[in-house]
Write a protein that binds this ligand. Structure first.
Ligand code: FAD
Length: 311
């Protein structure tokens, strides 16, 4: 069984998502090939080579791959596809951009958001906003997968390094051009991979209160900040902080929900967290159905108490 994993990276650092997708693929192949398509991405290839379960790293280094545009990366994957039975990517925005294009060009079905590998052709994936899990079997000649990385722990780093091999870059006149990017900067950990997430909902009432209440608590706990869609829509929190069906899916060790009702669309993004703590003044709020610890009360009184208790 030969498996190709498309690495997620920023040309300098290999993302944790790649290591997680790799551990999912361990159930299929114990020597996965990792494709690093980037520009001056040698350090990323070196990081990938050290991951346990990697058999070989393929490095395609070219300016065309500098920004991970789907057109050139898909053409590259296509040029390599002949040698692989399984082609996978983490279900990050990059993976979700590239892999459907590869699937269409190969004329095969993609299995998206895999949360469990049952066998090399059979997978579990969430449906109905995470309220049910479907078991799907691929009968295509090639199996294309995006992996929901929050469902898997990261593959470990070994002492030995797999070989890194340069691969040729396909010619092409790509119609999409990189025009620019606006990166959000934050001194908080990345929401998708943080061990602790403190999330706020509509109850916070304003952008100022959101920061005032969540900021110090997140700082104290070294946590990432998240938000419900209601909080995002009201302008209390930035769009990229949204957790849920149409936001980010997270599964940290600890998720603290402040003034969030627990609508199914929100739960779809956080209910796999290891420990869930909810503070809500409505004892019937649905968030308490998934919470391991629930405090019924006013968050504006309880959060300062909590901070005091944390010392
Ligand atoms: P509310 O539902 O208004 O809840 C506020 C909560 O705060 C209440 O439970 C209230 O009791 C409590 N509260 C009020 N004051 C206090 C106080 N002082 N102290 C303590 N508690 C207090 N939502 C998401 O979050 N993420 C998504 O990705 C998402 N995707 C969606 C996709 C679709 C297609 C649709 C239709 C909806 C989606 N939603 C999503 C919206 C979702 O249905 C809810 O509307 C939203 O999650 C509600 O946010 P909230 O819990 O902050 O607000």
């Amino acid at each position: 069984m030969t498996t190709l994993l498309i690495a997620d990276h920023d040309n300098r650092v290999l993302s944790d998502a790649t290591a997680r997708a790799l551990s999912a693929l361990g159930a299929i192949d114990d020597a996965v090939h990792v494709l690093v398509a980037g520009h001056q991405a040698g350090p990323v290839a070196a990081q990938a080579a050290k991951l346990q379960g990697v058999g070989r790293v393929l490095l395609a280094d070219d300016e065309a791959f500098a920004h991970g545009l789907a057109e050139p990366v898909a053409a590259l994957v296509l040029s390599l596809a002949g040698g692989y039975r399984v082609i996978a990517a983490p279900a990050t925005s990059g993976g979700k951009d590239v892999l459907p294009r590869v699937a269409a060009l190969l004329d095969v079905m993609q299995v998206s958001d895999v949360v469990r590998v049952v066998s090399p052709d059979t997978f579990e994936r969430p449906i109905y906003a995470g309220n049910a899990v479907a078991v799907v079997q691929s009968t295509d000649e090639k199996t294309l997968l995006t992996i929901r990385t929050s469902a898997f722990s990261a593959a470990g780093v070994g002492d030995a390094a797999a070989p890194v091999e340069a691969v040729g870059v396909p010619e092409g006149d790509w119609r999409a051009r990189f025009a620019g990017e606006t990166l959000s900067s934050s001194d908080r950990p990345d929401l998708a991979s943080a061990r602790i997430v403190v999330s706020g909902g509509r109850a916070l009432g304003s952008a100022e209160k959101f920061q005032e209440v969540l900021g110090p608590l997140a700082q104290r706990l070294h946590a990432a900040i998240g938000a419900s869609r209601a909080a995002v829509d009201a302008g209390y929190a930035a769009n990229d902080l949204q957790v849920g069906q149409t936001g980010k899916v997270v599964a940290p060790d600890l998720y603290i929900a402040l003034g969030i009702s627990g609508a199914i669309q929100h739960l779809a993004g956080m209910k796999d967290s290891k420990v869930i703590v909810a503070i809500n003044k409505d004892e019937d709020a649905p968030i308490f159905q998934v919470a391991d610890y629930g405090i019924v009360g006013d968050l504006f009184e309880i959060v300062p108490e909590l901070e005091k208790a944390l010392g």
